[in-house]
Design a protein around this ligand. Structure first.
Ligand SMILES: NC(=O)c1ccc[n+]([C@@H]2O[C@H](COP(=O)([O-])OP(=O)(O)OC[C@H]3O[C@@H](n4cnc5c(N)ncnc54)[C@H](O)[C@@H]3O)[C@@H](O)[C@H]2O)c1
Length: 250
C-alpha cells in the first residue's frame, strides 16, 4: 500500500490527542475511520478532508463493537493499515476514594479496550499483508501519580503501566503477520484529561519538562502518525516518550 493511500483508524477521536490525530492523519492524505464512544464533531474540517473520513461510535471495551467498527472501515475503504488508539478514561481518585468499580472500569476501557481494538485491527491487517498499531501509555507511570487535583491516581496509572506490557507482548505476537506495535507515552498534555489541573499543577508539570510547559495534543498526534507511517518501519515494540524532556526532570 502506497504511503499516501493508507487507511488509519483513530480511537478517542472526539477529543484531545485522538481528535488531533484525526486531523494529522487527514493532513497526510490518509483515509481515516474515527471512532469514539461519544459523538465526533467533524464540522470544522475542510471538505477535502471530510470526503476521506468516516466517523463511527463504538465502546472500545466491547469486543463486538470493536469488530463492527473495524469492519465498517474495511467496508468503506477496503482495508486497514494503521491504528492510533487513544481512547481512554481518566481516574483521579486517591487510594482512599477509589473503589473496585472505578478500578475495573479503568482497566476495562484502557487495557482490555486497547487489546480488543488491536486484536480486531490485526485480524483485518493480516488479510492485506500487515500494518502498524500505536497504543497510549503515560508519563504518569514514572511519576507514580497518587490522584487528586485532576491528576491520574492508582487506577489510571496501573492501566497505563499495563500498556507497556501489552505493547511488548503484541509486538512479538503480531510480528509474524507483519503488524508493528508501538506506544506513545505522553507527558501532561493540554486536553480534557488535564482540564481540571489548577495553576499550581500546570506550573509543576511544566517545570518537570526541559521546555517548561505542558504539551499540546498535536505534538503527540504527529508522533503517533510517524509510528503508523512507513517512516518508522524499524521501530518495533517500543514506548516512545513525548514529554518535552520530562524524563530528565523526575
Ligand atoms: N492528556 C494527557 O495529559 C495525557 C498524558 C498521558 C497519556 N495520555 C493518554 O493519551 C490518550 C488520549 O488522551 P486525551 O488527553 O486526548 O484524552 P481525552 O479525554 O481528551 O480523550 C479521550 C477520548 O476517549 C474517548 N473514550 C473514552 N472511553 C471510551 C470508550 N470506552 N470507547 C471509545 N472511546 C472512549 C472519550 O470519549 C474521549 O473522546 C489516552 O490514552 C490518555 O490516557 C494523555
Amino acid at each position: 500500500m502506497a504511503e499516501q493511500d493508507k487507511v488509519v483508524i483513530v480511537t478517542g477521536a472526539a477529543s484531545g490527542i485522538g481528535a488531533a490525530s484525526v486531523g494529522a492523519a487527514l493532513d497526510r492524505g490518509w483515509r481515516v475511520c474515527a471512532i469514539d464512544v461519544n459523538e465526533i464533531d467533524v464540522g470544522g474540517l475542510p471538505s477535502g478532508h471530510v470526503s476521506r473520513l468516516i466517523a463511527t461510535r463504538a465502546d472500545v471495551s466491547d469486543a463486538n463493537a470493536c469488530e463492527a467498527a473495524v469492519e465498517a472501515a474495511v467496508g468503506e475503504f477496503g482495508r486497514v493499515d494503521g491504528l492510533i488508539h487513544m481512547a481512554a478514561v481518566h481516574s483521579t481518585k486517591t487510594w482512599r476514594e477509589l473503589d473496585a468499580a472505578e478500578f475495573a472500569r479503568a482497566m476495562a476501557v484502557n487495557v482490555t479496550g486497547s487489546f480488543l481494538m488491536a486484536q480486531a485491527c490485526a485480524r483485518a491487517m493480516e488479510r492485506t499483508g500487515g500494518g502498524a498499531i500505536v497504543l497510549a501509555s503515560s508519563g504518569s507511570i514514572n511519576v507514580s501519580g497518587v490522584g487528586g487535583h485532576g491528576r491520574g491516581g492508582p487506577a489510571y496509572v496501573s492501566s497505563k503501566a499495563a500498556i507497556v506490557g501489552l505493547t511488548r507482548a503484541l509486538a512479538r505476537s503480531f510480528a509474524p503477520i507483519r503488524v508493528r506495535v508501538n506506544a506513545v507515552s505522553p507527558g501532561a498534555t493540554r486536553t480534557a484529561m488535564t482540564a481540571e489541573y489548577d495553576e499550581d499543577a500546570l506550573r509543576k508539570v511544566g517545570e518537570r519538562t526541559l521546555v517548561n510547559r505542558i504539551g499540546e495534543a498535536r505534538e503527540i498526534a504527529s508522533v503517533a502518525c510517524f509510528l503508523v507511517s512507513d517512516e518508522s518501519s524499524y521501530v518495533v515494540g517500543d514506548i516512545i516518550a513525548v514529554n518535552g524532556g520530562g524524563s530528565f526532570g523526575l
